[in-house]
Design a protein around this ligand. Structure first.
Ligand SMILES: Nc1ncnc2c1ncn2[C@@H]1O[C@H](COP(=O)(O)OP(=O)(O)O)[C@@H](O)[C@H]1O
Ligand SMILES: [Mg+2]
Length: 363
């Protein structure tokens, strides 16, 4: 049975509508990630689920029961805020136990829960400290701990890692992924970071301007994006886009532009049938190019200029030009990039994406 259902959710602030007719069903004990650029409505959606923001229209069902009219405390939900919102005058133990004390839990029960969660998060030694005496990563753990002691059925996380530096963020992300396996809970996690979304989410929901673009597993979204926005949002470096014109060469469908010509798989023919004209947007991921190894038969051959080689350790990113645009190409860092003015690549025609230039839908 689905655990949390958002039905025709609408949210306006005065004349401005931030979320319009949003529908989303999350399965029980699922880790759902809402991902999208800053300002797309992620926090607003989370706050509506938590009961901190009223709905303009629509309903929220938890376990089949409407909850939109319930106070936050009656929703069996715990939330971790982006800015942690710790009480500065309380030590870690008191911050963590705040909600339990408010709900008049027995002292023994409070102590045992705080200890258990502090152990799990590795903050046992910090219980007597005040928030000002903690590092960013430690504060983040305390904020997490304060939610976890509540043992609610649903946990909401609003960009919990966004204030941490890159190294700590990677470490905390892995810890979250491990913790998530131990906890049989509904979790809804909001982030603007596509890597966090892809590594943590069972279900990833991509949002843009308060509307769902696509939802699915990381692999589904990466391999079969429904539109240019999703294609460009997931993956790093991002997918390259440039303009193209469809045509036929020797009876084969092809797309071409000012400096390129790419034959396309036959399967593409049916999909481009409904286009108004022959104009498309071409999308190719930086990882789709491989350095040619003297086997001209495999894939499409492309001679591309090396505008700028960027060595970043495990791989190199070559800035090149294709279709009149600057593009990025990912290659192994073993690739000698020396003084080559151009490099020869092969490209599998199946790795070429086409988008309708008017609707930006994937063809
Ligand atoms: N209380 C508010 N009053 C007016 N506008 C708001 C309010 N809260 C959020 N917004 C607007 O709603 C939009 C979505 O905000 P938010 O949900 O915080 O986005 P995100 O969390 O995805 O960055 C933004 O344009 C923001 O300015
Ligand atoms: Mg936000």
């Amino acid at each position: 049975m689905p655990q949390i259902v958002l039905q025709n959710i609408k949210k306006s602030f005065g004349a401005v509508t931030v979320v319009e007719n949003l529908n989303l069903t999350m399965a029980a004990n699922e880790f759902t990630v809402l991902v999208g650029p800053s300002g797309c409505g992620k926090s607003t959606i989370l706050r509506m689920i938590a009961g901190l923001e009223a709905l303009t229209a629509g309903e929220i069902l938890i376990d089949g029961k409407p909850v939109a009219h319930l106070e936050p405390k009656d929703r069996d939900i715990a939330m971790v805020f982006q800015d942690y919102a710790l009480y500065p005058h309380m030590n870690v133990a008191r911050n963590m136990s705040f909600a339990l004390r408010l709900a008049n839990y027995p002292k023994k029960e409070i102590e045992s829960r705080v200890k258990k969660v502090a152990d799990m998060l590795g903050i046992e030694s910090l219980l007597a400290r005040k928030p000002a005496q903690l590092s960013g990563g430690q504060r983040q753990r305390v904020a997490m701990g304060r939610a976890l002691v509540r043992d609610a059925s649903t946990f909401l996380f609003d960009e919990p890692l966004s204030n941490l530096d890159a190294k700590l963020r990677t470490q905390m992300r892995a810890e979250l992924a491990l913790m998530r396996r131990r906890l049989e809970k509904n979790m809804i996690y909001v982030t603007h970071d596509q890597v966090e979304a892809m590594t943590l989410g069972d279900r990833i929901v991509v949002l843009r301007n308060g509307a769902i673009q696509q939802q699915g597993s990381a692999e589904q979204l990466y391999k079969t994006p429904v539109n240019k926005f999703v294609a460009g949002f997931l993956g790093s470096p991002p997918m390259n886009f440039f303009d193209g014109t469809l045509g036929e060469t020797d009876g084969r469908l092809a797309v071409s532009g000012q400096d390129y010509h790419l034959p396309l798989p036959d399967a593409m023919r049916a999909r481009v049938g409904g286009l108004k004209d022959d104009k498309v947007i071409v999308g190719i991921r930086p990882s789709a190019f491989t350095i040619a190894n003297g086997d001209p038969a495999a894939g499409i051959r492309l001679d591309l200029p090396v505008v700028l080689p960027e060595y970043i350790g495990s791989q190199s990113v070559i800035v090149s030009r294709l279709g009149g645009q600057q593009i990025q190409i990912e290659v192994s860092s073993d690739t000698p990039l020396g003084d080559n003015a151009t490099l020869t690549f092969t490209l599998d025609p199946r790795s070429v994406y086409l988008f309708n230039p008017h609707t930006e839908a994937t063809l």
